[in-house]
Design a protein around this ligand. Structure first.
Ligand code: NDP
Length: 491
């Protein structure tokens, strides 16, 4: 035995007892059946059977890193959030990138929005900004989300994603035209997680110390520059290196090449919202930069890889409902649905004490609740009383809401989101199409046509509805797409 071997610790069971033989099961005689008293065998097999937790229904496939957010501008006129309170202030962050539709083991280099889920470990609690790499989304009401995702995932009969389902839903949901135009453009397949922008996408509320409130949209501009893959490049890479984006992020950080993003916000005074030309709470719309110019407020750097992917990435949880004082929700109906759905998913997927795990718990403060027990409760509260009010010195409420109250009018009902002067499902899709270079337009048409052409030959109605939406966005867009689709469907 070498000195090196002598220094190695003893292998043990989960209960800490030394293991004598980890290679041979105890049997009744040489070549005989296994004995039930070999508990090491059963402990190993039983643990192995339980290694997986339910994967995320969406955003299953992802990679993450820790980093630092640094404030670069005075935003105290707009928000009283402590972590934004002074220039130069730094806050630890954890950022998880992901694809949306693919399962846990799927490839990174695919056409899909990318999740951009950011956790700020602030001294006033964790603030989660659960964004994407796109400023808009396919739908504007969370009640449509399960239906939408069902069309992106596997068909109940074929077990595969089906062009019929995808285009049927998009054709019948014209509000998706803007996001689909973005997705099939060049940014639909980023070259890596370092080369994409992040967007908060939803409108959020900021409230200042005086109680005034503003509506804001967040932008994270990659300092590495936007880089994308063509469909052919992505097809090749997805086969050759399914983990391409995950590997790229980890290796860049290992090399000390820390990716950074410039953080900007668009700020809308609350009084503007009612009469703005677009519904500012409609997730299928942007606020054009000319109306509300993005202003720089900070920088974001990723500089530390997680040590354990399962513990820190798979078990990480983000919730758009994790706000801090000075930041709150808007009436965006997609956001309102997400405020419920994320925390609900974590309770099912990771468990009721998911927020006790090191990656999820506050790092710059401590959580003080009267909630107790449940699976894997760590006993952190010891003998403390678990109710309020109490006269034993337990934690007390502040009496000050995190965000400002907003006025509402009208009656209850299944209302569609209110339309503003220039709202329709097509105007901003048309703007985006016309913003693309001629070369990008050609790639957009080829990408869209290639997918629409896969719709079953006997479902021309689905094809026609799909093309009609793009026609309404821009006549040239619709006409070119129709020509390309018809050509492919003749073959
Ligand atoms: P602007 O001309 O002021 O802004 C154009 C913005 O479009 C750019 O700043 C850039 O956003 C984004 N952009 C540029 N090239 C591409 C591309 N190839 N693919 C996707 N996005 C691109 O016009 P508007 O603000 O009126 O926006 C026009 C359209 O641009 C919108 O309809 C929307 O689809 C898209 N867009 C708008 C954003 C916004 O917040 N206003 C953000 C992103 C896209 P960025 O600087 O974020 O890279």
């Amino acid at each position: 035995m070498t000195t090196q071997d002598e220094l190695r610790p003893t292998l043990t069971t989960e209960a800490g007892a030394p293991v004598a033989d980890n290679q041979n099961t105890e049997t009744a005689g040489v070549g005989g059946p296994a004995l039930i008293q070999d508990q090491l065998l059963f402990e190993k097999l039983a643990h192995f059977n339980r290694e997986r937790i339910p994967e995320r229904v969406v955003h299953a496939r992802g990679a993450a890193a820790y980093g630092t957010f640094t404030v670069t501008a005075d935003v105290t006129p707009y928000t009283r959030a402590g972590f934004l309170s002074e220039i130069g202030k730094q806050t630890e962050v954890f950022l998880r990138f992901s694809t949306v539709a693919g399962n846990l083991g799927s490839a990174d280099a695919v056409r899909d929005p990318r999740g951009f889920a950011l956790k700020f470990y602030t001294e006033e609690g964790n603030y989660d900004l659960v964004g994407n790499n796109t400023p808009v989304f396919f739908i504007k009401d969370a009640i449509k989300f399960p239906d939408f995702i069902h069309t992106q995932k596997r068909d109940p009969y074929t077990g595969s994603q089906e062009a019929d389902n995808v285009w049927d839903f998009w054709g019948l949901s014209p509000e998706s035209t803007h996001q689909v135009t973005w997705l099939f453009g060049d940014r639909g397949i980023p070259a890596s997680y370092r080369h994409l922008n992040g967007y908060g996408s939803h409108t959020y509320q900021w409230q200042n110390e005086a109680g005034e409130h503003f509506w804001v949209k967040y932008h994270f501009k990659t300092d590495q520059g936007i880089r994308n893959l063509t469909q052919d490049e992505a097809n090749r890479l997805a086969g050759e290196d399914p983990d391409s984006h995950q590997r790229d992020l980890r290796e860049a950080i290992e090399r000390g090449e820390f990716p950074t993003w410039t953080v900007q916000v668009q700020i809308m005074p609350a009084a503007d919202a009612a009469n703005y030309r677009f519904n500012p709470f409609d997730l299928t719309k942007v606020w054009p930069h000319a109306d509300y110019p993005p202003v720089e407020i900070g920088t974001l750097e990723l500089n530390r890889n997680p040590d354990n992917v399962f513990a820190e990435v798979e078990q990480s949880i983000f919730s758009p409902a994790h706000f801090v004082p000075g930041i709150g929700p808007s009436p965006d109906k997609m956001l309102q649905g997400r405020l419920f759905a994320y925390a609900d998913a974590h309770r099912y997927r990771v468990g009721i004490n998911a927020d006790h795990l090191p990656v999820n718990r506050p790092h710059a403060t401590v959580a003080r609740t009267n909630s107790r027990d449940g699976h894997l409760y760590d006993g952190r509260h010891g003998r403390q009383k678990n109710y309020e009010p109490n006269s034993f010195g337990g934690p007390v409420e502040t009496g000050r809401p995190l965000w400002a109250p907003t006025a509402v009018t009208g009656t209850t009902g299944d209302h569609a989101a209110p339309s503003h002067v220039e709202d329709d499902d097509f105007v901003q899709a048309g703007t985006l199409y016309r913003l693309y270079s001629e070369e990008e337009k050609q790639r957009l048409i080829a990408n869209l046509a290639g997918f629409i052409a896969k719709v079953s030959q006997d479902r021309e109605d689905i094809v026609e509805r799909a093309i009609d939406n793009f026609r309404k966005a821009d006549a040239d867009y619709g006409q070119r797409l129709e020509t390309a689709v018809r050509e492919l469907r003749k073959k």
